[in-house]
Design a binder for this molecule. Structure first.
Ligand SMILES: NC(=O)c1ccc[n+]([C@@H]2O[C@H](COP(=O)([O-])OP(=O)(O)OC[C@H]3O[C@@H](n4cnc5c(N)ncnc54)[C@H](O)[C@@H]3O)[C@@H](O)[C@H]2O)c1
Length: 265
């Protein structure tokens, strides 16, 4: 068997810090990383959600800690990284998965909502990356994953600030890939399509009828369904694994072909 074929998807003796991991894609990523041997720091602004995910991981025999922190606070993210290192060891993988939800067109978006979106989605990815990069560079090992959106590829209505924040995350992650590739750090983008998560359900319920919106989104996909959070999490895990050792600055679409499908009438 060649060395290439022997590469593992295991994360034994590795540590993952996953933001917004209290539900949805982040929760499934936390469960997958733990099942493959990583110690996982489950970070969410809502600490009870993080604690519930940690309980699931521990019940399955995995190792995890719950962190209640707001990624847009440099102080809180710094403390979270320090707590992770003290409890689990140095951070090998940062999955910047947190998000807040779309809030309308440019005219419907108050400047304060614009600032909040940019501070959390983009600023949180920046601050978390800034907190883990020095250790990764020192150890010459690490992977950072930023979560983008199908909305950046094909654009979406009523989500101006969200789409702008996600497009900027693509630029930020590519910059990290270029600036720190020679330091042994890889950085990649995972771009989910419409995915069945509590966050999506909240957006659909706020705007319209949940079942009707889900059926419409499913109808836009060549696979005739929306994605599952564990399917996006598998893409994240792949890009962090040794199997992706020469992949950096890349974008992985996990969207069931939605963005290449013509959805006009
Ligand atoms: N679900 C989809 O259809 C979809 C589509 C495209 C992209 N995405 C992206 O995939 C990622 C996961 O999406 P999801 O649907 O699972 O999200 P979700 O809304 O279900 O969960 C997001 C989590 O982030 C946490 N969070 C929010 N603000 C935070 C902050 N300031 N600090 C720490 N935690 C915070 C929330 O408490 C929540 O638990 C997001 O980045 C999202 O933009 C999702």
């Amino acid at each position: 068997m060649s060395d290439e074929i022997a590469k593992s998807d295991r994360f034994d003796d590795r540590v993952a810090l996953i933001t917004g991991a209290g539900q949805g894609v982040g929760r499934q990523a936390a469960r997958i990383f733990a099942a493959r041997g990583a110690g996982v720091a489950v970070l969410d602004r809502v600490k009870e959600r993080a604690e519930a995910v940690v309980a699931e991981i521990e019940a399955a025999g995995g190792k995890a800690i719950a962190l209640g922190a707001d990624v847009s606070s440099e102080e809180e993210i710094g403390k979270a990284v320090a707590e992770t290192e003290a409890a689990l060891g140095p951070v090998d993988f940062l999955v910047a998965n947190h998000t807040i939800h779309p809030c309308g067109t440019v005219l419907e978006t108050e400047p304060v909502e614009w600032d909040l979106m940019l501070d959390i989605n983009l600023g949180g990815t920046f601050l978390a990356s800034r907190a883990v990069l020095p250790g990764m560079i020192e150890r010459r090992r690490g992977v950072i994953i930023g979560l983008s959106s199908d909305c950046v590829v094909r654009s979406c209505r009523d989500a101006a600030a969200y789409v702008a924040s996600k497009a900027a995350i693509n630029g930020l992650i590519r910059s990290i890939a270029i600036d720190h590739g020679a330091d042994g750090v890889r950085a990649n983008i995972v771009t989910p399509g419409v995915t069945k998560t509590p966050g999506l359900e909240q957006v659909y319920t706020n705007n319209r009828d949940l079942d009707e919106s889900t059926a419409r989104a499913a109808g836009q996909s060549p696979m005739n369904r929306i994605g599952l959070p564990e399917e996006v999490a598998e893409g994240i895990a792949f890009l962090c694994s040794e199997r992706a050792s020469f992949i950096t600055g890349a974008e992985l679409l996990v969207d069931g072909g939605m963005t290449v499908s013509y959805s006009g009438d």
